[in-house]
Design a protein. Structure first.
Length: 131
């Protein structure tokens, strides 16, 4: 009898251990919710299709920097025919709120905060608050 209870206890322990990821994520449900990304109210499109932006905005930004700084080109022609000035502060942050958009996703994804804003201006921070 003693031995059976011992075996049952071990089995139970094993079961709890193996299923840990399942009930752990149920208990921690709130932490699995996606970040609340605030989008610009009166704009429908980004400078590129959203799937491209989601996966590749960092390459687009580096490309913009290269074109502006090394080749003195400033105009980006978008997929929907619109033209944009290739500027991190002036264009990206003209539509997006750094704290409520860029930072929220980077924090959620565990991405190290890009160092861009050591030099580039966040207009919202300058104004000293949220819009
Ligand atoms: C004209 C306004 C505008 C500009 C300028 C703009 N965006 Fe966007 N961006 C949007 C809108 C609107 C969406 C959402 C589009 C959608 O959901 O179809 C978006 C989506 C995104 C997304 C994807 C968000 C998600 O849900 O996954 C990223 C990342 C992004 N933008 C980054 C940038 C960066 C970086 C720049 C500058 C290179 C930039 N945006 C410039 C309006 C803009
Ligand atoms: C939907 C999620 C999401 C949003 C919104 C988003 N990013 Fe990112 N960003 C990422 C991810 C994920 C990475 C890291 C990719 C990697 O490491 O390969 C990244 C990386 C970057 C990098 C490269 C960092 C480096 O040091 O190499 C820059 C620059 C950047 N993001 C700028 C922005 C800006 C500016 C905005 C707001 C206009 C923004 N991101 C909005 C998800 C996002
Ligand atoms: C050490 C300071 C510094 C850092 C850090 C920095 N930049 Fe810049 N960046 C500059 C300077 C200076 C220019 C040239 C400004 C000009 O010619 O008007 C520039 C220009 C640019 C431009 C084109 C012009 C504009 O107004 O945006 C882009 C795009 C850009 N940088 C993106 C980035 C991104 C993305 C990061 C982060 C991954 C970054 N930079 C980090 C200093 C910096």
């Amino acid at each position: 009898m003693r031995k059976k209870i011992g075996i049952l206890a071990v089995l139970l322990g094993f079961f709890i251990l193996v299923t840990f990821p399942l009930w752990h994520s149920v208990g921690m449900r709130h932490s699995l919710e996606p970040p609340n990304l605030v989008l610009p109210a009166n704009q429908k499109n980004c400078v590129m299709p959203v799937a491209y932006m989601r996966s590749s905005h960092m390459f687009l930004l580096l490309n913009w920097r290269e074109l502006v700084v090394r080749h003195d080109q400033h105009t980006f022609r978008s997929f929907d025919g619109k033209s944009y000035n290739m500027s991190l502060t002036g264009t990206c942050l003209g539509c997006h709120n750094k704290q409520q958009f860029c930072d929220r996703c980077h924090t959620y994804m565990g991405v190290q905060t890009p160092n861009c804003f050591n030099c580039h201006v966040d207009p919202m921070a300058l104004r000293g608050g949220m819009r």
